[in-house]
Design a protein around this ligand. Sequence first.
Ligand code: TYM
Length: 337
Amino acid sequence: MEEIVAKKRMLSGIKPSGDLTLGSYLGAVKNWAERADQYECFYFMADLHAITVRQNPADLRRRTLEQLAQYIACGLDPEKNTLFIQSHVHQHAELGWVLDCYSMFGELSRMTQFKDKSAKNADNINAGLFTYPSLMAGDILLYQPDLVPVGEDQKQHVELTHVIARRFNGIYGDVFKIPEPFVPKVGARIMSLTNPLAKMSKSEDEDTGRVLLMDAPEIIMKQFKRAITDSDTENCVRYDKENKPGVANLMTIYSAVTGKSYDQIENEFVGCGYGKFKPVVGEAVVEHLRPIREEAARLMKDKAYLESVYRDGAQKASYVAEKTLRKVYKKVGFVAK
Ligand code: TYM
């Protein structure tokens, strides 16, 4: 008799607080799509998280839908992956609250992202920004996933999820599965093209050296041509993250979109200066993103289809999430409905 083995589960999300960048694509979505066949996958638009920073409501709504279209265009087939909007699955906010009560002030204060974001938003250091990691722990633990694929900057939050889950399990027994973060070997931290010491971020201004998934080819080429490299007189393409961070970042991007190793890239550009290297990287990115951009633009015109995907996704996600939430409520002592 054929043995049926349950697929392992994978979950992740992105905040629709800005348009998706090449960073969020290479650090996250690309890796999700590559594993869709091996895992049972849940991916969402983290709109509850987005409002920890003030958002224009119309932009937030537009970006949430665009993000869904982009997920699908990047290869996340809604037939194989559960794609949903976080606020449509009320269990996230509910488990988030419970986990607030099992997260310590000191732990939340130590989160690098909280420190960075509160420095950048000094006039709006709201409680949500502070308790954000407990909500993220809830997002994860509701689905009992085996793997959480994220970029480098979110690893600390997944590690705190372990701490919170272990604390809860320590009191109530094995309620939560302890998930592993999955950080890609290449592309886990794509840097700004104009400041290779800062992460490429979707929330920054246009002029900060970011590339958006939906950028037109000429804009992408412009961004790559003006990418900061270094004033090293050897002017050669060599991977040295410490001394040549701009070149290393371009090599990482080129490697991620072409599959070439750093050695292969160094050999390909022997004797070429940065002036030749930068447009080649730009062109590789343009060609890699072209089908994604075209498919996402096509999907954005089909609102009825997108609606059917997120409705269906929320229903499937709620079913799984409710099982965990019910167990949690019982364990902590809430009276059953
Ligand atoms: P967010 O929206 O900041 O980023 C989404 C994903 O993209 C990765 N990423 C990058 N990777 C490489 N280089 C970059 N420059 C870059 N910028 C972003 C991030 O590491 C992340 O994987 N809190 C999360 C969203 C979230 C979540 C979750 C993730 C909410 N709940 C549960 C996983 C599981 C966030 O703000 O990611």
